[in-house]
Design a protein around this ligand. Structure first.
Ligand SMILES: Nc1nc2c(ncn2[C@@H]2O[C@H](COP(=O)(O)OP(=O)(O)O)[C@@H](O)[C@H]2O)c(=O)[nH]1
Ligand SMILES: [Mg+2]
Length: 375
């Protein structure tokens, strides 16, 4: 079109592009728009594009700069090797500043009110002068290709607090997976001075075990009338939780919630405690109406005091650290195995042979491992 376009007569000599040239705009200040605002926006965009050095990241995190914290988490979550390397250098540098928080895991079926509770507790903690980080962990999302937790976490009020930091669930990928990313994000928040780390996870079996291995205190949020089909799941989780919170204890549901709380208290009484020296207990609350939230925090404080005095707190952190190291070894071995050239080349052919019954499963596995070992 433009090529065959004939210049109108009124276009001056050397007026090439006269009609198509885009005029340079003026910055702000017209139509009553606030000029300063436009400038600020542009400046921000420039900052966002600039690559940060290791020191930029480090300093920003130590200063508690939330933009830098968010970018550092993105770095940690990246699946690119060069990001991974820089991220690991950063983690090493931050390590001496980690560990000074209480890590709280919160689980329960979708709709139990975990996010609502976290917002309510988070607001209370901010009011008390604490810095609160909220993270979501959903290892199953890498399988289901989408987070069950990713409900834009309704924490609008909390996200407006300057002492709160909210981060949704990372996606999976290769370099260590969701668990590594979540753990490192947690440590990063600790280095940035967050006093309380709240980790939301959805109750689908494996997730709870993963989160339990990351936190000091594990809370199960339940509601009444969720059906007997869930009891089986509940029992397993009840054995690893430090408290059960019967949520939605408001309106006509208040009495049923109290009854359920008593039942859970009884059941917990017969289970082995999740944490040595601590009797797991049940409480009721209404996350929506902000009732019973303070009591939950007081219980967590009591837990911290008890386990600190007995040494169980530190003991658990140490064993979690060791567990983490060896689970990373497993992860990385798996990654290396499936990225080994010889292994990659052999898999399709072996698959056919297994399906055709030419080779046994055990033999096929041994063969692949031998290729990996270079034998
Ligand atoms: N009545 C009542 N509703 C609640 C309460 N807490 C949460 N809800 C509602 O339950 C629904 C699910 O809450 P949400 O926090 O997203 O649950 P999650 O999936 O466990 O994170 C929302 O519609 C909430 O408003 C509560 O204490 N009382
Ligand atoms: Mg939620």
């Amino acid at each position: 079109m433009t090529k065959s376009y004939k210049k109108p007569e009124w276009v001056p000599e050397n007026g090439e592009g006269f009609t198509t040239r885009v005029m340079e705009g003026v910055v702000g200040g017209h139509d009553g728009m606030d000029q300063g605002h436009t400038r600020v926006k542009q400046k921000k965009a420039v900052i966002r594009k600039k690559a940060l050095s290791l020191d930029d990241y480090y300093q920003g995190i130590m200063d508690g700069n939330r933009t830098v914290i968010a970018r550092a988490i993105t770095l940690i979550e990246s699946n690119a090797q060069r990001h991974f390397d820089l991220g690991q250098e950063l983690m090493q540098k931050l390590l001496p500043h980690t560990g000074n928080s209480i890590r709280i895991g919160i689980t329960g079926v979708p709709g139990a009110g975990k996010s609502t509770f976290i917002e309510s507790l988070g607001l209370l903690l901010c009011e008390m002068g604490f810095k609160v980080a909220v993270l979501a962990v959903d290892p199953s999302s890498s399988i289901t290709k989408g987070s069950i937790l990713g409900d834009k976490t309704r924490m609008e009020k909390l996200s407006r607090e300057k002492n709160a930091f909210i981060r949704p669930s990372p996606s999976g990928g290769m370099l260590g997976g969701v668990t590594r990313k979540s753990r490192e994000t947690m440590l990063l928040c600790e280095a940035a001075g967050y006093d309380v780390i709240l980790i939301e996870t959805v109750g689908v079996g494996q997730n709870e075990v993963t989160v339990r291995s990351m936190v000091d205190f594990f809370l199960l949020v339940l509601i009444t009338g969720a059906g007997d089909e869930l009891q089986g799941m509940k029992k397993g989780v009840m054995e690893i939780c430090d408290a059960i919170l019967v949520n939605k204890a408001d309106g006509p549901n208040k009495i049923a919630a109290k009854v359920a709380k008593n039942e859970f208290d009884n059941m917990l009484h017969y289970l082995r405690p999740a944490t040595r020296g601590w009797t797991s207990k049940a409480l009721t609350c209404s996350a929506l109406k902000h009732q019973g939230i303070k009591e939950v925090w007081e219980m967590i404080e009591e837990f911290r005091k008890t386990t600190n005095e007995s040494g169980v707190f530190e003991e658990r952190r140490q064993s979690q650290m060791l567990e983490w190291v060896f689970s990373m070894v497993t992860d990385q071995l798996e990654y290396r195995f499936y990225n080994h050239d010889g292994v990659k080349r052999s898999i399709p052919k072996l698959k056919d042979e297994i399906i055709e019954g030419k080779i046994s499963a055990t033999k096929a596995a041994t063969l692949l491992l031998n290729i990996f070992d270079g034998r």
